[in-house]
Ligand binder design. Structure first.
Ligand code: FAD
Length: 324
């Protein structure tokens, strides 16, 4: 196996049923921007769907390795470590998903490599790969780079817009020796039925979020109506979650999910720093709030000062009329 001198190793997140995660095009797009992307697919399912997704997303080469799904994360790190030795990459890009973070941390510890987490972009200069971060609630942009050795980067889902051209990548099965490192044992994997036709919050292109301004769980349906008219995922502030309007899995912010959609609509959300931390890298931010002094307007590209219960139904009506 030979790989390009500027190879970038990309760990593709694969679901237990073998599908590549929605983060794949962004990860490979980021890799293509700084080098030659080599995708690693670790799965105990048929790898073909994930291989096809990696090729379509621009992988110049694909490595596959079997997964042992009874052991948590360690088999993936064993494969990553073997791929690292085979590819000699300039950097390793991994999704900032929960599974990705786990694998990245373990790989960094095992191989004594520098780890840059939650990057919103990558670039390279004469000295190597640089990770770009949005920090302190998006108030500052920070760069990080390794002084020596390749950098491992976890990339925020949905943050990278770059896309690579589809390629006819060679597929190679990687030989992996199990490290025997201690691993938590997975007793059972239970598929949770997705009852919603709405997109997942993580990695969604559009997000409509509601805050305490919605006033009750019943009235939170307004957020759902606008989200459905836009084909958007649903987010919420912590105040809305704490008040029981919506489950905690929808919370956006410092202690919730970080999103980087193309469009983020904030309804009845004041824009506290902890909320902004999770959405400030959205490409276009629209805020509707009856308080003209609300901090959310400081970061909004478009702001409407007014009552959400008067404005949002009109927006929904206009969007529905355009679909006809
Ligand atoms: P509020 O601040 O109460 O704002 C409600 C807004 O709705 C107001 O601006 C009001 O003008 C507007 N409004 C009311 N009625 C209407 C109407 N009819 N029409 C239009 N506008 C209306 N928060 C998060 O969101 N995510 C986090 O991850 C998070 N993590 C935290 C971590 C820590 C350690 C701490 C201390 C706090 C955290 N918070 C987080 C909480 C955060 O500080 C705020 O309390 C929270 O974001 C406020 O939510 P909100 O904007 O919905 O509510």
């Amino acid at each position: 196996m030979t790989f390009a001198d500027d190879a970038i190793l990309v760990l593709v997140d694969v679901s237990p049923t073998g599908e590549a995660a929605a983060s794949t095009p962004g990860l490979l797009g980021a890799a293509a921007k700084i080098g030659t992307p080599v995708a690693l697919i670790v799965t105990d399912s048929d790898p073909q769907p994930a291989i096809d997704a990696a090729k379509a997303a621009g992988a110049a080469a694909v490595l596959t390795a079997p997964n042992d799904t009874t052991a948590l994360t360690v088999p993936v790190v064993d494969a990553l470590s073997a791929a690292f030795d085979a590819v000699h990459p300039d950097a390793v890009l991994i999704s900032h998903s929960i599974a990705g973070r786990d694998a990245a941390g373990r790989l960094a510890a095992r191989r004594s490599l520098a780890l840059a987490v939650d990057a919103v972009g990558v670039s390279r200069d004469d000295e190597g790969v640089i990770a770009h971060h949005s920090v302190y609630g998006g108030a500052f942009l920070a760069d990080s780079a390794a002084t020596f050795d390749p950098l491992i980067v976890t990339v925020r889902e949905g943050a990278v817009e770059d896309r690579a051209e589809a390629g006819a990548a060679d597929v190679t099965e990687l030989q992996v020796t199990a490290s025997g490192a201690p691993a938590a044992t997975v007793g059972e994997i239970e598929a949770v039925e997705q009852t919603s036709s709405r997109p997942d919050l993580r990695g969604a292109a559009r997000v409509v979020s509601g805050g305490r301004g919605l006033g009750s769980k019943e009235k939170f349906v307004l957020v759902e109506q606008l989200a459905d008219a836009l084909g958007a995922a649903i987010g919420a502030s912590r105040a809305a979650v704490d008040a029981g309007y919506i489950p905690a899995s929808h919370q956006v912010g410092q202690t919730g999910v970080s999103v980087s959609p193309q469009l983020y609509v904030a309804l009845g959300i004041s824009g506290a720093i902890q909320h902004r931390a999770g959405m400030q890298t959205a490409k276009t931010i629209v805020a509707i709030n009856k308080d003209a002094e609300a901090p959310i307007f400081e970061i909004a590209d478009f702001g409407i000062v007014g009552d959400i219960f008067a404005i949002v139904p009109q927006v929904v009506e206009a969007l529905e009329a355009r679909k006809k």
